[in-house]
Design a protein. Structure first.
Length: 563
C-alpha cells in the first residue's frame, strides 16, 4: 500500500507569525459589525471601495493545484479556484456541487451534480470532465506532484496502484475511479468507505482544471494572471514576483452576489516590524503579531487572539544522523525543551504546549468527545533532569561524547530568534552543538522534500480534512512526507487497520488513539506547541473569519466601513 497523508501546512514556517491575516471578528455571510462608525441616521456606512490591503512574509511558490504543497500556495489557490466543496466557518459545505452527493449504501460510490451556473473566467462551463482531468493529472506520475498521495488518501479507486511503480496499473490514469457521466454529473468510486471523503473535496488538490486551457499554456501554466483561469470568488489580476499580488472579485463566480470584498492586494514584506509600521500608517488592514509587539499591543481594542489546529514540531532525520535512531536521544531532546518558556518568551500569543500530535479541539469521535478526551492529554513533559539522565544513557550506548547537528529553518528574521531558542535548549545536553542554517522559503521546501536536513525546525502541520488520520498517517514508513527515516511496523499496522474500518467508526477511532500512543512512545517527532495567533485588525474591517480548515483567513464576506 502506498503511503497516505495530507497537505495541510507542509512546513508552514512560523505559521501565524508570517500570516498576513489570522483570526478575526468571527461570523460569515450574516456577520454584523457592532461598534462601527455611524452615519447621521445611526446606520453604518460602507466605504465607497470594498477593498483591503494586506502583507505577508512569503511570495506564492505556485498556483498550480496539482503541484502545490504549502499553505501560502493553497490559500491563494482556494481564493481563485473552487471545488465541489468549500469551508465556511470550519465546516465543509457544497460549493460547485449542487447540494450533497448521492452516496451508495456501501459508502463507496458518490454521485455529484455540478451547478449549472458554475463557469470558468473565459466563459467555459465547469464540467465533470474538468474534475476527471484534474484528478488524473494529479495522480499521473509524469506530473511529479508531491501531493499525489492525497488521491489514495481519499481512497479513490485504483489511485494506490496508479501511483505504485510496481503495479500493473502504474501510470494508467484512465483506470482512476472518477467518471463524467455527462457534462454535469460526476461519479466517484472508492476502494473502501471513507468517513472524511466529502471533507476532502474542499481540499484544493481536488479542484477542477480546464484541460484545453492548461495544455495550451504548457510550462507557462499558472505563472501569472494571463496563464491561469478562475472559477472561484476571485481572479488573479496582477502578480509581481517577490513584491505583491492582487485579487479582484470574479463576476462569473456562481455566488458572486454574496462576495462583498471587491479587491484584495497582498504585499510581500518579510520584516515584521515593517508590516506593523504599515498597519499603523493604514497601509494594511491587519497584521499578525509576535514577540515584543504582542506586549506592546495586547491592551489595544484592535488586538485578537485564537488557538488553531496546527501543531509545531521538530523533525529528527534518522537518515542523516544515526544517533537519532536511538529513542533515548529523541526523548532527551523532547524533554529538555521548555515549550511553555518558548510560548511565554517568544511567541507570547494564544499557543499552548503540545505534548501530543493530534491537536485538541479539532475533531470529535463517534461518542461526540474530543480526540484527547479519549487519548491522553499529554504523552511527555518538560523534565530537564530526566532528559539529562536519558542523554547520559544514550551517549554510553552510542559510544560518543560530542555531537554537532545542523538546525534548518527559513530566512525570516523571526525564525532566527526561534531557532536560537531551541538550539540553546538542546545544547543543554552535554556535548551537543547546534549550527543554525537559514534557507529561503523555496529552498527550505525543496530540502525538506528531499530529506536534506538533520534537524528540521520551524515546521507546523495542519489538517487537510477533519479527521485524526490527516495527522497520523503522515509518519507511516511509506508516506512521501516522512523524509526522516522513521519506521515502526506496529504503527504502520495500526494505521492500515484504521484505514480499513470506515464502516465501523468506534473500532476505527480506537485504532487511531492507539497509533498516536505508539508514535509518542517512540518520540518519532518532537511536538512543541499547538499554534495560536495574535493580530491587529482595523475596527473598520468586519467579518474576517479565521478558519482552521480551508482558507486560513476568509474575507469573502467581510466588509469595509467608512473611517
Amino acid at each position: 500500500m502506498r503511503g497516505k497523508a495530507k497537505w495541510s501546512v507542509l512546513v508552514a514556517i512560523m505559521l501565524v507569525m508570517s500570516m498576513f491575516l489570522a483570526a478575526c471578528s468571527g461570523g460569515g455571510k450574516d456577520d454584523s459589525a457592532s461598534g462601527d462608525k455611524k452615519s447621521g441616521d445611526g446606520k453604518q456606512e460602507l466605504a465607497d471601495k470594498q477593498e483591503i490591503t494586506m502583507a505577508t512574509s512569503q511570495d506564492i511558490p505556485t498556483l498550480d493545484s496539482s503541484k502545490a504543497t504549502d499553505a501560502t500556495s493553497f490559500d491563494q489557490i482556494q481564493r481563485i479556484h473552487s471545488g465541489l466543496y468549500t469551508y465556511y466557518n470550519n465546516k465543509a459545505v457544497p460549493d460547485l456541487s449542487d447540494g450533497e452527493p448521492k452516496v451508495s449504501e456501501d459508502g463507496k460510490t458518490y454521485t455529484f451534480t455540478i451547478r449549472d451556473d458554475a463557469n470558468w473566467s473565459n466563459g467555459d462551463p465547469v464540467t465533470a470532465a474538468d474534475f476527471v482531468y484534474a484528478w488524473r493529472r494529479l495522480t499521473d506520475p509524469k506530473t511529479k506532484s508531491q501531493y499525489n498521495y492525497i488521491v489514495p488518501t481519499a481512497h479513490i479507486k485504483n489511485a494506490d496502484k496508479i501511483e505504485d511503480p510496481d503495479s500493473d496499473l502504474y501510470g494508467k490514469t484512465d483506470q482512476l475511479g472518477v467518471k463524467a457521466i455527462d457534462d454535469k454529473t460526476l461519479e466517484v468510486t472508492l476502494d473502501k468507505a471513507t468517513p472524511y471523503f466529502t471533507s476532502m473535496m474542499a481540499f484544493a488538490s481536488f479542484y477542477p482544471l480546464n484541460q484545453k486551457f492548461v495544455e495550451s499554456q504548457g510550462k507557462q501554466y499558472a505563472l501569472g494572471p494571463d496563464h491561469i483561469l478562475s472559477n472561484g470568488a476571485y481572479k488573479l489580476t496582477s502578480w509581481k514576483t517577490g513584491e505583491s499580488w492582487t485579487l479582484e472579485k470574479n463576476p462569473d463566480y456562481w455566488d458572486a452576489k454574496n462576495i462583498t470584498i471587491d479587491k484584495a492586494t497582498i504585499n510581500v514584506v518579510k520584516d515584521l516590524s515593517t508590516r506593523v509600521n504599515m498597519y499603523n500608517t493604514d497601509e494594511i488592514s491587519t497584521v499578525g503579531l509576535s514577540q515584543d509587539f504582542i506586549d506592546e499591543y495586547k491592551d489595544s481594542p484592535e488586538y485578537n487572539e485564537f488557538l488553531d489546529t496546527s501543531v509545531g514540531y521538530l523533525k529528527l532525520n534518522e537518515n542523516k544522523v544515526p544517533a537519532f535512531k536511538n529513542p533515548k536521544v529523541r526523548k532527551a531532546i523532547a524533554m529538555i525543551i521548555d515549550e511553555q518558556g518558548y510560548i511565554d518568551q517568544i511567541r507570547k500569543d494564544a499557543s499552548v504546549p503540545a505534548q501530543y500530535w493530534v491537536p485538541k479541539d479539532f475533531v470529535s469521535g463517534p461518542d461526540g468527545k474530543d480526540f484527547h478526551e479519549t487519548a491522553p492529554a499529554s504523552y511527555f513533559k518538560y523534565d530537564p533532569d530526566e532528559a539529562k539522565k536519558l542523554w547520559a544513557e544514550a551517549k554510553k550506548e552510542l559510544g560518543q561524547d560530542k555531537f554537532t547537528w545542523e538546525y534548518m529553518t527559513t530566512d525570516e528574521p523571526q525564525t532566527k530568534t526561534v531557532a536560537e531558542y531551541f538550539a540553546n535548549q538542546i545544547e543543554q545536553l552535554d556535548g551537543v552543538t547546534i549550527k543554525i542554517n537559514q534557507q529561503p522559503w523555496n529552498n527550505y521546501l525543496d530540502r525538506d522534500t528531499k530529506g536534506d536536513y538533520e534537524i528540521g525546525g520551524g515546521a507546523a502541520w495542519g489538517p487537510d480534512y477533519q479527521d485524526p488520520m490527516t495527522f497520523l498517517d503522515l509518519w507511516t514508513s511509506t508516506n512521501p512526507n516522512n523524509t526522516m527515516g522513521y519506521k515502526n511496523t506496529e504503527y504502520d499496522k495500526l494505521i492500515k487497520e484504521a484505514d480499513n474500518l470506515g464502516t465501523d467508526p468506534q473500532k476505527r477511532w480506537d485504532k487511531l488513539v492507539q497509533a498516536e500512543k505508539v508514535l509518542m512512545d517512540d518520540m518519532a517527532i518532537i511536538p512543541q506547541f499547538q499554534v495560536g495567533g495574535a493580530q491587529l485588525i482595523k475596527p473598520y474591517v468586519k467579518g474576517l473569519v479565521h478558519q482552521s480548515m480551508g482558507i486560513a483567513t476568509d474575507f469573502r464576506h467581510a466588509k469595509v466601513y467608512k473611517h
